[in-house]
Design a protein around this ligand. Structure first.
Ligand SMILES: [Zn+2]
Ligand SMILES: [Zn+2]
Length: 305
């Protein structure tokens, strides 16, 4: 859907939803006729690395990867080989570094099985950055032309803000993000698809204050929001310069996520640096908000639908 920045044509849900306690065992149980919930496996959600801390990557179902940070390395070879699509929020290394090694890991297995290239979906400037600075024959071979131009390991596929993609049966909308490089967030639809399906899992990507995002979410029912808080309040100036959020700016952002459609949402904090989680969550706990906020954890499996 080639459209202007952040313009979409998605129909709205007519009425607000109740806000069940997520700790109630049955609160996410599907209705008897509902499709099985979509799984979103958090492979990495840290702003940097250390033992137990992995950078951003989410496995949607078993064949779509959102961002390719160091968390991808926890997947088995068989799990890696099932990935047909990689969506990238932006070109920064903590979100893209595993693509190169993933391509090498699964190349022989996928080609022997006659599988197509892994499609890497991103904004055109992000794909250009990958081509110029990673798959340039110096840092890494150009796997968009290897092992042959006819049957390469990777295929680069550009998207634009506002596009709605259907990949492996999953509907994913490309959202705006405002970062130091061209950037996107993603909304993944739960249920079986269509306007009457379940709510949406939303990942902001790396972003500073982003009014276009909140404008868009006024007409999407958000079931789970994964939002970044890359810095503590002591580094608010640095957060501003690097176009990230900190708890002080996060509070103002979440104030824009509200009634009637998203009066009470499960919010998960991502991109906190190793060793800073307790301090950042302590500052976030002082935000006055109707939403339920908690830290995201690597290894967590979210269910949507
Ligand atoms: Zn970034
Ligand atoms: Zn990042």
């Amino acid at each position: 859907m080639p459209s202007g920045p952040c313009v979409t044509s998605v129909s709205q849900r007519a009425s607000p939803i109740p806000c069940p306690d997520p700790m109630t065992p049955d609160s996410h149980a599907p209705a008897p006729t509902a499709p099985p919930p979509l799984s979103i496996r958090v492979l990495g959600c840290s702003g940097a690395i250390a033992a137990g801390s992995r950078t951003t990557a989410f496995l949607i179902g078993d064949d779509v990867l959102i961002d390719a940070g160091t968390g991808v390395g926890d997947l088995t070879l068989a799990e890696l080989a099932r990935i047909d699509h990689i969506l990238l929020s932006h070109s920064h290394l903590d979100h893209v570094l595993a693509i190169a090694l993933l391509a090498d890991s699964v190349l022989a297995q996928r080609q022997a099985a006659g599988r197509p290239p892994i499609q890497v979906h991103a904004l055109a400037p992000t794909l250009a950055a990958l081509r110029d600075h990673i798959f340039n024959g110096v840092i890494w071979p150009d796997f968009t032309r290897l092992p042959s131009a006819e049957h390469p390991a990777l295929e680069f596929v550009p998207f634009e803000h506002g596009d709605r993609l259907v990949l492996g049966g999953k509907t994913i909308e490309v959202l705006c993000a405002l970062h130091t490089v061209p950037a996107a967030g993603f909304a993944v639809q739960g249920g079986a698809g269509g306007d009457d399906a379940g709510g949406w899992w939303v990942f902001t990507g790396d972003t500073g204050p982003n009014p276009l995002l909140w404008q868009r979410l006024q007409s999407l029912r958000v079931e789970q929001l994964v939002i970044e808080a890359a810095f503590g309040n002591a580094e608010r100036a640095l957060a501003g310069i690097s176009r990230h959020l900190c708890p002080a700016t996060l509070g103002a952002e979440l104030a824009a996520l509200g009634a009637p459609l998203n009066a009470c949402v499960d919010v998960y904090i991502t991109h906190v640096k190793p060793g800073e989680l307790d301090a950042v969550m302590g500052e976030i706990a002082r935000i006055e908000t109707p939403h339920r906020i908690r830290p995201l954890a690597a290894g967590q499996v979210m269910r949507l639908g």
